[in-house]
Design a protein. Structure first.
Length: 268
């Protein structure tokens, strides 16, 4: 790997260099000649090269670092199937103007990984413009995403992620698979958008608000935080069969979705 500059901590840069891990990542997706790929933070193009070898129809590579963007532009100058884009991925998601049914790969910077995921979950139009997410997270964050109700890692991120996505853990990745070597291990997760609309909300911010209030006192019973939102409304307690003496991590994700829907019914 040709190093053109020192990795930037401000951008959370840790590049995948382990070829065996790269092969395992590629196998997670069923890439064919009709596939359109979006890669978040390609860096020096190590994963990009492996994606290219699968000969997809189109690859969009979003790189925020201007020097790496210039490097990638020169590297793939003669490859017309690759378009390198110099942009912040969070801005790109908001203004998205590429193909539909994209497979998104991302070795996400640790400092914005949850923001990126939340942006992809809370898109107004659903089903979204992507059909698969293959994303690398700090292991601790991945554990929170896939956590089950009642566990110590279960919380707002678990609830939001499972609202619209089916999630499957793929494998853990050791620190020395990256350059520079991070302080933690990572985990690759596979996400697929849920097609059904069992818990339709007018605005995803409702669910974010509900979970923020409930989990603001994680170790305490939910009764006080429930009353902050609903006052003395006993109807919702009866309809959802809520026990206000439990802690927030004891309520299922589905219960939070129903609470959010009820809130919108009352106040929006």
């Amino acid at each position: 790997m040709k190093i053109i500059e020192k990795a930037k901590k401000s951008l959370g840069q840790n590049f995948i260099i382990d070829k065996n891990i790269i092969k395992k990542i590629i196998k997670v997706a069923n890439i064919n000649k009709n596939s359109s790929i979006l890669e978040i933070g390609p860096g020096y193009g190590n994963l990009t090269d492996a994606i290219c070898a699968m000969k997809p129809k189109k690859i969009f590579a979003i790189e925020k670092d201007k020097k790496l963007f210039s490097f990638l532009n020169k590297k793939y100058f003669n490859n017309k199937s690759i378009k390198v884009i110099n942009d912040d991925v969070l801005n790109f998601i908001k203004k998205k103007s590429v193909n539909k049914n994209l497979i998104i790969f991302g070795n996400l910077p640790y400092n914005i990984s949850t923001q990126v995921l939340a942006s992809l979950i809370t898109l107004n139009k659903w089903p979204p413009w992507y059909n698969t997410l293959i994303l690398m997270f700090q292991k601790e964050v991945a554990d929170r995403i896939i956590a089950k109700v009642g566990s110590k890692n279960y919380g707002r991120l678990s609830i939001l992620s499972n609202w619209r996505l089916d999630i499957k853990k793929q494998f853990n990745v050791k620190q020395n698979s990256f350059f520079p070597i991070p302080n933690v291990n990572s985990t690759l997760l596979l996400f697929k958008p849920k097609k059904n609309k069992n818990f339709p909300l007018k605005n995803a911010s409702t669910l974010e608000m509900i979970t923020r209030v409930f989990f603001s006192n994680r170790r305490k019973m939910i009764n006080k935080n429930f009353k902050k939102i609903f006052g003395n409304n006993n109807t919702i307690i009866k309809e959802l069969n809520l026990n206000l003496q439990v802690r927030p991590e004891e309520l299922s994700s589905e219960t939070y979705y129903k609470i959010a829907m009820y809130y919108e019914k009352l106040f929006k």
